[in-house]
Ligand binder design. Structure first.
Ligand code: 89V
Length: 340
């Protein structure tokens, strides 16, 4: 397979893991690094033996033949960076959230369609192995008709230590985690028709909300609750684990602590533990997330190389962003929001 050539744009906390994730799969090679800070770009270039270093995306795009760019920068820069690539026919992989508003994200997707250039979102949460296994169990039919679902992401992990840029965000947990958890609710349970959200701010030293509770009615009639918090203490710090419980008419299933999945059927509890690949470059605290980067990249590359359609295209991710921004609207208006 010929290797697609890409440039990494942005050298923050996630950049090293994005590059390490691409190196785990055949078919893509990073040939350049671009960051407003040449020093930071040179540093990560040295660590990954990439010698083509830029501090300007236009200079990068003019001087290198690229198949795609991997944008790993702050959300406000996603649109201009993506448009610079799209207008030169260069495909885009962009970090979540795709854009700071639904309107900007819609325009990015419109432009990508108009230029016939792939715009894909690196939305990796649904690629966590326990959640893929949960979907298999749902699709097996063993649960019968689904009655209610609950997705919990609640911990007290000091996420701001590694990602200080999250502190000043006026809109925090729904844009940081809601983009993941609400995407998982779509992956597991389909599209929603109504949403209600309440938010809270517990941490004193941040600007945005750090607790959000989202209740949805899915098109299937299923009620799904998504509980998100960076201010909750449990018997252990659950970061970055997502717990899921699903009630069905013939069985229930729970994704519990440390990737244990239990199906409760006819008074029996059938347990299995999902294996998480262990990569030497992964940060142990983020191992679950870092492993999902690899599987997400593998799926995105299948579209970039023309072999298949990726799951998290920009157009697909618009449905997730619609939930995120509808949640803010609901919390602000203290009313449920009907979705298109
Ligand atoms: O993976 C992420 O998107 C991070 C985290 C969920 C750790 O906060 O922002």
């Amino acid at each position: 397979m010929t290797k697609l050539k890409f440039a990494l744009i942005g050298t923050g906390f996630w950049a090293q893991y994005q590059l390490a994730g691409w190196k785990e799969i055949d078919g893509a090679e990073c040939v350049a690094v671009c960051d407003l800070s040449l020093e930071k770009a040179e540093d990560i270039g040295r660590r990954f033996s990439i010698s083509n270093i830029y501090d300007d995306i236009n200079a990068l795009l003019l001087s290198r033949e690229l198949d795609f760019v991997d944008i790993v920068t702050d959300v406000d820069s996603h649109s201009p960076l993506a448009m610079a690539a799209i207008e030169r026919g260069v495909a885009v992989v962009c970090q979540k959230p795709l854009a700071p508003s639904l309107e900007i994200a819609q325009e990015m997707c419109r432009q990508a369609r108009s230029w016939r250039v792939p715009l894909l979102v690196h939305e990796n949460w649904r690629w966590q192995r326990p959640l893929r296994r949960l979907k298999e169990i749902i699709d097996s039919g063993v649960l019968g008709t689904l009655v209610r679902g609950r997705i919990d992401y609640a911990n007290s992990f000091p996420v701001f230590d590694n990602q200080p840029f999250l502190k000043p965000l006026e809109r925090f947990i729904l844009t940081d985690i809601g983009t993941h958890i609400l995407d998982v609710s779509r992956f597991l349970f389909g599209e929603a028709e109504e949403l209600y959200c309440q938010t809270r701010k517990i941490h004193e030293n941040i600007c945005g909300e750090d607790v959000a509770t989202v209740l949805m009615r899915k098109r299937s009639g299923l009620t799904v609750t998504c509980n998100m918090s960076y201010a909750s203490r449990w018997e252990f710090d659950r970061f970055p684990q997502t717990m899921v419980s699903i009630e069905g008419t013939t069985a229930g299933v729970a994704l519990g602590r440390d990737f244990e999945i239990t199906v409760y059927e006819d008074g029996r509890a059938n347990c299995e533990r999902v294996h998480i690949p262990d990569y030497p470059w992964a940060n142990p605290e983020y191992a679950l997330i870092h492993a999902s980067i690899v599987d997400c990249h593998r799926n995105l590359l299948s579209e970039l190389s023309g072999q298949a359609k990726a799951e998290t295209t920009g157009d697909d991710n618009l449905r997730t962003l619609e939930l995120v921004y509808a949640a803010y609207q609901s919390a602000e208006q203290r009313a449920s929001v009907l979705l298109t």
